[in-house]
Design a protein around this ligand. Structure first.
Ligand code: OXD
Ligand code: MN
Length: 596
């Protein structure tokens, strides 16, 4: 292989100035027995050599060079297309610390089970050592890790999704600490697949899957599960949130962090293009991140946020010129597509694209519409954030951006109005804790089933949710200037089963109302569930809403919410005595006012 420097395993120690890193690499090599070891430097030459190797062995298929320069298709194993929540574990000494929200195993058992899988698994393979930094390389909010993997596809994706290679290694050597992530695709056998986290040891072990959320360990495993644990200990927040900047015609930009479950439109909202009239008036949306947000209080008491990622691992189906023109421009070149279909002239294709016709489906078979969608519903693009036309220069700011509003939202076909504002921080934490949403194809299992997904962190919180809610509540203290908290629902349906709100660019109308509320410039009606705008308070000029839409999007269904609050009360009880009393009190206060 050209330009890919590899050493025999015995010579591998000593590649870093950090003894702890060299020792760990040597231990992993002794366990997994690779034929060769490659320390990734993140260079273009290294990437070119890896891509050439993957093209030669069929891991990557070149797409149409004229329409999609330097872009590739990867077809994963058909049983390896999503996160596997039932095989994902948090291994803490005490089960209670992982909480009812996580699958748990004692750390010694977890290590034993994983190490048995890893023993000799890299024979005949190259072991890649990937130093990476989550967040801008010079930011005090960033954290580093090292992923060891036997997948060149993982290396290529980590290069896009993180700041990977020599600068990250230099920071790790300076700081002396890093999250350890060990990954092998194994045999891609769903019966020999586990993703385990050891938060106390800042360690991740993932075996048997090459899928993004299971295998790109910087993303969900480090930046959410391990980081949420670190954040609790250190007084910050690691959240499943997009970050955007909303610039008004006066040139003032407010930053909003928004939590939605997987495949519920975070990428679309983060890259929103304002409706025509708003654009003419000078409104702009700036993208900071589309999936993960790390926030901590600054000296002025506000929360400052960074996006720890450097790229987007976005859901392809549904991405179109109507839903997300910025994303389409972003993926026009230098993109890795996974499990999309292709057209006769070898362009990537997925459901929702208005142009082109699929001829080969995501499995690589001739497309036959009677056999399901052409692209897998969870097919993805991996692309550098720098390619996004709306990428904010502030995204690289070491200090992060000050957050004015936090938004929670889920897919709720009924009951939940378009938007409401929490009365205060404690109420906002309850709104996040009570969040519900219908499941999507981002994880294996049934799609469309309503479940509680607090703060969109159900699959990602690395510790007991009850402690997580206490941690959130702890930010409300002397001197804090906390963001306002809102809840939105873009997915409310009418009696005919169709969405009542146009969504996409028109969501800006709702963001505008929020920022006006932050500035004390917009009206709202107080209700037991929070402050709701009427249809007159949100600018809906230029969109047609039926009477049913007006009533359901801006209305408040008393009886429905009474039942919802009973169910929220039962949900909080599931966490037993660790659930903070403040949330029980808040739930009961609202339940009482609904009864009044
Ligand atoms: C993702 C997910 O890939 O949430 O971002 O599943
Ligand atoms: Mn996500």
């Amino acid at each position: 292989m050209n330009n890919l420097s590899q050493t025999a395993p015995a010579e591998s120690a000593g590649r870093s100035k950090l003894a702890a890193l060299n020792d760990w690499v040597a231990q992993v090599a002794a366990l997994t027995q690779p034929d060769a070891i490659h320390w990734c430097d993140g260079s273009d030459a290294e990437n070119a050599a890896l891509v050439a190797k993957m093209e030669a062995d069929g891991t990557l298929v070149r797409l149409n060079e004229q329409t999609h320069p330097n872009s590739w298709l990867h077809r994963s194993h058909p049983d390896d297309v999503a996160r596997v929540e039932h095989l994902t574990f948090v291994c803490t000494p005490e089960q209670e610390d992982a909480g009812p929200n996580n699958h748990w195993m004692a750390p010694a058992d977890g290590h034993a089970q994983m190490d048995a899988l890893f023993a000799g698994c890299m024979k005949g393979r190259t072991m890649y050592v990937i130093p990476y930094c989550m967040g801008p390389i010079d930011s005090p909010l960033s954290r580093c890790g090292v992923e060891i993997t036997d997948s060149a596809y993982v290396v290529a994706n980590m290069r896009v999704m993180t700041r990977m290679g020599a600068p990250a290694l230099a920071r790790i050597e300076r700081e002396g600490s890093f999250v350890k992530g060990l990954h092998s695709v194994g045999e891609l056998d769903p019966n020999r697949r586990f993703i385990m986290h050891f938060p106390e040891e800042l360690t991740i072990k993932s075996f048997g899957s090459g899928y993004g959320g299971n295998a790109l360990l910087g993303k969900k495993c480090h930046a959410l599960r391990i980081a949420s644990h670190q954040a609790k200990a250190e007084g910050w927040l690691a959240e499943h949130m997009l970050i955007l900047g909303l610039e008004n015609p006066q040139g003032e930009t407010h930053y909003i962090a928004a939590a939605f479950p997987s495949a519920c439109g975070k990428t679309n909202l983060a890259m929103l293009i304002p409706p025509e009239g708003y654009r003419q008036d000078g409104w702009k949306v700036w993208t900071i991140g589309d999936d993960i947000c790390w926030m901590r209080p600054g000296a002025d008491g506000r929360l400052y946020a960074i996006n720890p990622e450097a790229g987007f691992f976005g859901v392809a189906p549904g991405t179109s010129i109507n839903s997300n023109p910025n994303a389409l421009k972003t993926v026009a070149h230098d993109t890795i597509f996974t499990n999309v279909a292709v057209t006769a002239d070898n362009q990537p294709w997925w459901e929702g694209l208005s142009e082109g016709k699929p001829v080969i489906d995501w499995r690589g078979n001739e497309y036959d519409s009677s056999k399901g969608p052409a692209a897998h519903p969870n097919s993805r693009f991996t692309v550098s954030a720098q390619q996004c036309p709306s990428y904010s220069p502030k995204a690289e700011d070491a200090q992060g951006v000050p957050i004015s509003a936090i938004v929670f939202g889920g897919r709720r076909a009924s009951l939940v109005p378009l938007v409401f504002e929490a009365r205060d921080w404690t109420h906002g934490v309850l709104v996040g804790a009570a969040m519900g949403s219908e499941t999507t194809a981002a994880a294996t299992g049934a799609v469309g089933v309503m479940r509680r997904d607090p703060m969109a962190m159900k699959p990602f919180c690395g510790y007991n949710f009850a402690d997580y809610f206490s941690h959130w509540l702890s930010f409300d203290k002397e001197g804090a200037k906390l963001p306002k908290i809102f809840h939105v629902n873009w997915f409310r349906k009418g009696d005919d089963g169709k969405f009542l709100w146009p969504g996409f660019g028109d969501n800006l109308r709702v963001l505008e109302w929020m920022i006006k509320r932050v500035k004390g410039e917009a009206a709202a009606q107080e209700t037991p569930i929070g402050n709701l705008p009427s249809a007159d308070d949100v600018n809906i000029a230029g969109i047609q809403l039926s009477d049913e839409a007006n009533a359901k999007l801006f209305g408040f269904d008393h009886a429905g919410w009474r039942a919802e609050f009973e169910s929220i009360g039962e949900y909080l009880q599931e966490y037993g005595p660790r659930m903070p009393q403040a949330l029980h009190d808040e739930q009961q206060r609202i339940a009482r006012s609904l009864d009044a």
